[in-house]
Design a protein around this ligand. Sequence first.
Ligand code: NDP
Length: 452
Amino acid sequence: MTQFDYDLFVIGGGSGGVRAARIAAGEHGAKVAMAEEFRMGGTCVIRGCVPKKLMVFAAGHGAALDEAALYGWQVEKGRFDWAAFRHRLDAELNRLESIYTRNAETAGVTIYHQRAEVSGAHSVRLADGREVTARHILIATGGTPFVPEPYRGLGAMTSNEIFLMDRLPGSMLVLGGGFIACEMAQVMQGLGVQVTQMYRGKQVLRGFDQDVQEHVAAALVQQGIHLEVNTDLTALERLRDGRFRASCTQGRVREFDAVLFATGRVPNVAGLGLEAAGVQLAENGAVKVDAYSQTNIPSIFAVGDVTDRIQLTPVAIREGHAFADTVFGGTPTAVDHADVPSAVFTRPEAGTVGMTEEEARARGPVEIYMASFRPMQTSFIGAETKALFKLVVCAVTRRVLGCHIVAPGAGELIQIAAVAIKMGATKEDFDRTIAVHPTMSEELVLLRKPVR
Ligand code: NDP
């Protein structure tokens, strides 16, 4: 029998890779190695969800001060001290990175802090030239921000750089209408930056329920963001003083201190040696896998954003875990990608699970239950921002097919709603649940009549 250096070699120390390595080594006793060329923890921990959420909290404190003043507190609001925040953020990310490293090592995983590329069905080449063999290889290299061709190399930021700014710009152009664009536009505006958000499509958050799109867009505008939809960039120029001059399809030419491209993410496969090893890739570079995350080369698997199934950390973690159970635990496990909840951390947040109204309608008759109102906490101080609670119900089975919430804490609320929906709850199950009063989410069990 062929002898390999390892049972498993994982390329990429992010959410999916680390979970796979830890479960394979720690629970199933496999001999595992992992390579990470940057920092352990990957996009989520180092330059994604975690620093983003901390910035969301930072911006939220500014808004809370404004609200406190309207509630009667005597508050003196100063400017946001980015340097102080950065200092704390860096320390926190260092702490989390070392936890990721320690957890993997405690499970018995050998970590190579360098780049690795696939050199064969059972081998990888490390950046220092060493060749290492493994019975199985797991590609967990994640994704990388996409910047449209004409605008590369100008020094505009992506989400990779935004957490590393030396100082806050006075003004910023945010390009895109997806998760990152909406979240970052609002965070930066909340920290005191004058934000213009430009989106080429009809409404931000394409693919979300239309009522969610509209509520989030309205909130962005109410908070002072210059939101320009149906508008695309036509030219971008870097000026001598480091600022940017941007022209758009509406013909306007403006200058900004900084530009953020939040124009999507692509699978991180460049130079990984996958084509040479015969691994099939999709047109956008995503590694093609089956339900068990196996590629067309039986010894090579892939999980997380590099497979472009659903680009969310918890999905990558689930895929990494399922892979380890399948290959090393003797329990073939396919990840269920249906009804995955997610949240956009705007202010208020948007949480969503299941089908949008449009998707459900395309499948059969539906009833739509919805409440849109100004929440007590902010209507008291005259804020216009509206909350949304919406259920999409199958008119035949009565099952709740989708739940869409725009409200403070929607990310927390949708997690619980997702359990009910995953269990197959009907509208009547929601109805016979007694409300918690006074809350916003009580609306979910008080929606009496369909609005359409
Ligand atoms: P998204 O796919 O969400 O959005 C990309 C945006 O960029 C879209 O509005 C898209 O427009 C626009 N776009 C794409 N190409 C171009 C182009 N050439 N010119 C102009 N605009 C363009 O990607 P994000 O980068 O925001 O986020 C990546 C993924 O990361 C998300 O899909 C999500 O899965 C995950 N994520 C999750 C978060 C969370 O859970 N809270 C937070 C951040 C990211 P159009 O709609 O017209 O295609």
